[in-house]
Design a protein around this ligand. Sequence first.
Ligand SMILES: Cc1cc2nc3c(=O)[nH]c(=O)nc-3n(C[C@H](O)[C@H](O)[C@H](O)COP(=O)(O)OP(=O)(O)OC[C@H]3O[C@@H](n4cnc5c(N)ncnc54)[C@H](O)[C@@H]3O)c2cc1C
Length: 383
Amino acid sequence: MNPADQMATGEPYDYLIVGAGFAGSVLAERLHAAGKRVLIVERREHIGGNAYDTYDDAGVLIHPYGPHIFHTNSADVFGYLSRFTEWRPYEHRVLASVEGQLVPMPINLDTVNALYGLNLTSFELESFFASRAEPVEQVRTSEDVVVSKVGRDLYRKFFQGYTRKQWGLDPSELDASVTARVPTRTTRDDRYFTDTYQAMPKHGYTRLFQNLLRGIPVLVNTDYREVIGVIPHRHLIYTGPVDAFFDHCYGRLPYRSLRFQHETHPTEQFQPTGTVNYPNDYAYTRVSEFKHITGQEHAQTSVVYEFPQAEGDPYYPVPRPENAELYRRYEALARARTDVTFVGRLATYRYYNMDQVVAQALATARRLLQPEAPLTAPGAAAT
Ligand SMILES: Cc1cc2nc3c(=O)[nH]c(=O)nc-3n(C[C@H](O)[C@H](O)[C@H](O)COP(=O)(O)OP(=O)(O)OC[C@H]3O[C@@H](n4cnc5c(N)ncnc54)[C@H](O)[C@@H]3O)c2cc1C
């Protein structure tokens, strides 16, 4: 039922959902499937949140908000999404541009051999790392994580500059969790992720979202604040930034933003892999070429450069202890609101991948439909 007809009946929506990203859309699908009346309001002009994809002027499928690669260890999440999309198997590979060479990232056997002109075996590489690792009494920061594993030279070549650009902070000022997401390998495995399920939606994310939201009304170009007073509803589900919901009453939660520079080139291929990282040169952190990721065949190719910045759309919660502390104050306010459920990356201020948000939304739907079900969800591993 469309919103105007629904309002004419005088019956409130069971759920008004703010945001049509993975959190809002999965919840909408689950609740709708259980017979609930649901309406989504989305501030942007499209569904899909940051995972939205679209064809650019040249006809190349791009991710306007940066490359989104799907990977998960959760059979539940993969099985659930498989009801709304077919998949194209895809394992992401990343090269880092260091001292004039393109070498595999995460650091592996080939990275070290290429960089230092060596011919080590996996076994010898373990001793190589051990001989360079610096003992750190208590691993607290991102710098500690790397230096204690592979030593200061590799830390400087691959992590320090990249992290400074990405976060505007030195790794010594960031939680260990940031670089812990990027492993180091003694094998020749050059896949960026090692999850059990690695695949891209065959017809793109937007098509996946269209399938998820079939039969569910969505008001795009609508900030929920404009309509909350006029759309009767029993419960609100909020997937936007939690501090904005409470009018930043304790101050702003720091988020890192990005400027995306999209380009189309009159050539079939621009670079050898989906992503090339630039840890030390240029203001951008990485360049991604979509055709590697989507599998599209096209005579031209489109790439995106990512320039991290403080201002702009909130993309990444900044993992620092004082930010976690500030979030806890907002979380206390959120918990007190029994009329609102907060879900998703921005609403729970967590550095979640798509699969983790889907897992969180599925668990939240179970709890809303069956209040005694546990809320804790993400079985999916962080990457
Ligand atoms: C550059 C980048 C690359 C990423 N790459 C990957 C990747 O490769 N793999 C991976 O698994 N994950 C990746 N992620 C993470 C992924 O984007 C998130 O996990 C996922 O999008 C979170 O979904 P969500 O629904 O919580 O939030 P979002 O996708 O942000 O959706 C929230 C929605 O709420 C809307 N909204 C906010 N406030 C309001 C309001 N007041 N009124 C109405 N609507 C509102 C927003 O417009 C938005 O559409 C990446 C993230 C970024 C930023």
